[in-house]
Design a protein around this ligand. Structure first.
Ligand code: DC
Length: 241
């Protein structure tokens, strides 16, 4: 089960909330999604895909024909978002707005590029901040993103930063898209990942970086099972499970 339900009693500013959070941050294609869902399933905790909030904001802005640098209008779209995430128990999840599943709408490269642009706008980040904290509900939350450990859940008892080199991340994405029948080239994906990394790392608002107290995991040469096992060991150690 996952979502922002049950939020009223436990939602506070980050300080003083005793509900445990595991943050999973890192660049695109490092395997955050796969790892976060696996952890949420194992722990039976809620799950937040914060990137989906930025993608949905971008998608809604594009649909409404807004200029992506029209900051007040894009922040307005961010404020209206009401999404929840449902784990399917098989390593996947559905992003739901009401009873509409919205994953397909936000997973293409056009929306990814737009999301990276709107994510650089501080008023958009401000609009999404409390929305993300609202997902913190008992028994716990696994939060996937770029600034989960550095900004949104600074007091999280367990922070993981996963990374892999850009070539390996492009290769993983290529295999994924190829399996879905998409006609993409490895070169184009690598260029895309490098451009997005640069924007995410160099923006002045919440740039991508590991929190000082994060456990850094380089997954370049690791299988998914190895990554999950290593992360679970960190969770057990930090949360004394
Ligand atoms: O993880 P993703 O590719 O779905 O994220 C989409 C974009 O949103 C990406 O450019 C990074 C940005 N993002 C962010 O700035 N902060 C987050 N917590 C999550 C994603």
């Amino acid at each position: 089960m996952s979502g922002a339900d049950g939020r009223s009693e436990t939602t506070t500013e980050t300080g003083g909330n005793s509900v445990p959070v595991v943050t999973v941050d890192g660049p695109s294609g490092a395997g955050k999604g796969t790892l976060s869902v696996a952890l949420a399933e194992r722990l039976c905790w809620h799950f937040l895909d914060s990137g989906a909030l930025y993608r949905l904001t971008a998608w809604q802005a594009l649909e409404a024909g807004l200029a992506l640098d029209d900051t007040p209008a894009v922040a307005g779209a961010a404020r209206e978002l009401d999404v929840r995430f449902e784990l399917d128990g098989q390593g996947g999840y559905r992003s739901m707005i009401g009873d509409q599943q919205v994953d397909k709408l936000i997973r293409d490269e056009r929306v990814a590029a737009a999301a990276s642009k709107v994510a650089a706008l501080q008023p958009v980040r401000d609009a999404l901040l409390q929305r993300q904290r609202d997902f913190r509900a008992p028994p716990g939350l696994v939060a996937d993103g770029r600034d989960m450990g550095t900004v949104v859940f600074v007091d999280a008892p367990c922070k993981i930063f996963i990374t892999a080199n850009a070539e390996e991340r492009a290769r993983r994405r290529y295999e994924q898209l190829k399996a879905q029948g998409a006609g993409v080239t490895l070169r184009a994906l690598l260029d895309d990942i490098q451009a997005r990394d640069q924007r995410d790392r160099e923006r002045s608002s919440a740039p991508l970086r590991p929190a000082a107290d994060a456990h850094v995991l380089d997954t370049t040469e690791m299988s998914i099972d190895e990554v999950v096992a290593a992360a679970l060991a960190v969770v057990q150690e930090r949360l004394l499970l």
